[in-house]
Ligand binder design. Structure first.
Ligand code: FES
Length: 623
């Protein structure tokens, strides 16, 4: 098949592609990760590129629907729908790239008493002789028994394969890393014991290197999850995995490659090597958990949405493509249900939810938002399909939290003030700014409680048949025009309505009212950066005093670190997973009515599906 050259600018990457490959496929082949919410079906409109040179295939109906007239006139195409028949050059706008973006690694500071599952033992052996010709393995295991009282020691086969040379190179004095009686690594004495904790998120991956002897974090780093190239939400990725065995393998490989790279980068910062890592703990939602382990996902996607496994798993790292110490294990925390996974268990572990007194709420906001209500330690959880809108997806000028994204916005007198990430010129709105914008427009009376826009406002215009409010207009000075459209507002209403519905149904299932909530802990990157007052104004969160809310950062990462450092924390995680009651939202009789009410803007409480307004908008003027 003929090949042609494709040049991606401004990235400066070029290579050969076949005529049957779309621009998206070409980009992926060259390691350029385009945003791909729909997995290449042409429905999300996020893989936009601009053709600079060369012929392209005919524009598809999907492109005509997804792109505005002005974008079409400027040469924009959807990469997943476009097939170049010859050499070409295309421009990739920053918002079509999945990286670099702000990632969240900071979380709760918790005191962890180190009690690791992998323990280092100093081993001193007498070398063999003609009079003492005991085999190397039996010699080592006997010494472990005699010197350290380990009753039934064993050795990992890969460690065994290198044992004769290892013993002799260390002159019969070394450090054995032992996990439940099994030798998983041999090193010189004394060597540090390093572990890796990972929060494998749908969008972001946070990694932490820990000194297992002290529990101290030695290095941390966040990266984007490269599985985004196969679809931005879990549903699209699960569908990709279900299409073929190759799809399952691609998703597993994508995650394991990212974890290996993350391990290398973290180790480099402290002058270590990944082979020094003797244990890994991973948390993630149930879909990420299954895709990472290469488990079947079909049963997750179909009612009644059951996971392949719920309990914690201990798996040889090498068996799932993780390159660390030869015999090391990956410990995966337990899941709760099909849509409430190990990451939620980790949040509940980090927040000590089982021991909390009174009525406490914990939310981990993401493309799926898990909410747990604890009433004196009796916990129940729901999963809310909040979708990717808070990540800026499906929002006209939405973008991920990277440089140039407006992160906060407010209306002061008749002006709009904003702050961008990195202080750069504004390019779009990330999730926290979208929340602010809608809250501020509601308070200013531009939006009513149903989210309808005042079409007579001077900043409201109609573009391609849709009303939009102009937030930033810098086109005259070579910058961007940033608007928020009526469709964007609807998307956010659905997303925030899903979360509020989850909260209300949990309260009603436990016979509690929102006034009784003593504390609301908001976890996750989005939850860390939002203005809680804006979220309350939107009706996303209950209208209770703001001092009851706490933004706790990456609590799932904190829970993963706790489980890495402490055997007791792993036991607690399993007990949490066993005792949390999972409530399937869509199966509750009050779901539809509650969801309809939870879509409204403003401060209100919902009682038995009825909305009671607490206060109307503030009528702050904006001209
Ligand atoms: S429109 Fe291109 S990936 Fe969805």
């Amino acid at each position: 098949m003929t090949e042609h050259r494709v040049d991606f600018e401004p990235i400066g990457r070029r290579g050969q592609c076949r005529a049957d490959q779309s621009l998206r496929d070409c980009a992926q082949q060259m390691g350029i990760e385009l945003v791909s919410l729909c997995g290449g079906k042409g429905t999300c409109g996020r893989c936009k590129v601009r053709v600079l040179e060369g012929e392209m295939s005919q524009r598809t109906l999907a492109e005509i629907e997804a792109l505005s007239t002005s974008q079409i006139e400027s040469g924009y195409r959807l990469a997943c729908q476009t097939y170049p028949p010859g050499d070409c050059k295309v421009y990739v706008p920053p918002e079509s790239l999945t990286a670099p973006q702000r990632t969240q690694v900071e979380g709760l500071q918790v005191d962890i008493r180190p009690d690791p599952v992998v323990i280092p033992y100093r081993v001193e052996m007498t070398p063999p002789s003609l009079q003492d010709n005991e085999a190397d393995t039996e010699r080592l295991l006997r010494v472990l028994r005699e010197q350290h009282g380990i009753e039934h020691p064993s050795i990992d086969f890969r460690v065994l394969q290198e044992l004769p040379e290892t013993l002799r190179s260390f002159k019969w004095q070394l450090q054995a890393s032992v996990r439940d009686g099994e030798i998983v690594a041999l090193r010189s004495w004394p060597s540090r014991q390093i572990g890796l904790a990972v929060d494998l998120g749908t969008t972001k991956i946070a990694g932490y290197l820990l000194n297992l002897s002290t529990g101290q974090v030695m290095a941390s780093k966040g990266i984007m999850n490269p599985q985004i190239a196969y679809g931005e939400d879990v549903i699209t990725r699960v569908a990709h995995a279900m299409e073929s065995q190759q799809g399952t393998e691609q998703l597993h490989k994508s995650a394991s490659t990212a974890l290996n790279q993350l391990a290398i980068e973290l180790c480099t910062t402290i002058g270590a090597k990944p082979e020094e890592i003797v244990e890994v703990v991973i948390v993630g939602n149930t879909a990420m958990h299954h895709l990472f382990l290469g488990l079947p996902v079909k049963q997750l996607a179909l009612s009644p949405y059951v996971p392949a496994v719920r309990g914690a798993q201990d798996i040889k790292a090498r068996g799932i493509g993780i390159n660390i110490a030869q015999g090391a294990y990956v410990h995966v925390l337990p899941n709760i249900a099909g849509f409430v996974g190990a990451d939620h268990v980790a949040v509940l572990l980090a927040t000590n939810m089982r021991q909390k007194k009174g009525v406490v709420l914990a939310l981990d906001i993401g493309t799926n938002t898990e909410v747990c209500l604890s009433c004196d330690g009796v916990m129940s959880s729901v999963s809310c399909a909040s979708g990717p809108a808070f990540e800026g997806a499906h929002i006209k000028h939405g973008m991920r939290a990277s440089e140039g994204a407006i992160e906060h916005l407010r209306i002061v007198d008749d002006r709009i003030e904003y702050q961008t990430i990195g202080g750069a010129r504004p390019m779009g709105l990330c999730g926290s700014a979208i929340i602010d914008a809608i809250a501020q427009l509601y308070l200013a009376g531009v939006l009513d409680e149903r989210g309808r826009m005042d079409l007579n406002h001077r900043r409201v215009r109609s573009t391609d048949g849709t009303s939009e409010f102009v937030l930033v207009d810098e086109e005259g000075s070579g910058g961007a025009t940033i608007t928020i459209t009526q469709i964007d507002i609807r998307q956010i209403q659905l997303a925030k309505g899903a979360i509020r519905t989850g909260i209300q149904i949990l309260l009603e299932a436990n016979g509690r009212s929102e006034e009784e909530i003593q504390e609301v802990m908001i976890a996750g990157a989005f939850g860390t950066y939002i203005d809680v007052a804006s979220a309350v104004t939107l009706g996303m969160l209950p209208a209770i005093p703001l001092n009851r809310f706490r933004q706790i950062g990456n609590a799932a990462g904190t829970g993963a670190r706790m489980a890495l450092s402490s055997r007791a924390a792993r036991k607690e995680a399993q007990e949490i997973a066993d005792c949390v009651k999972y409530i399937e939202l869509a199966a509750t009789p009050q779901f539809t009515r509650t969801f309809a009410q939870a879509n409204y803007l403003g401060k209100y409480r919902i009682v038995h599906g009825e909305r009671e307004v607490i206060s109307s908008n503030g009528n702050q003027a904006i001209e």
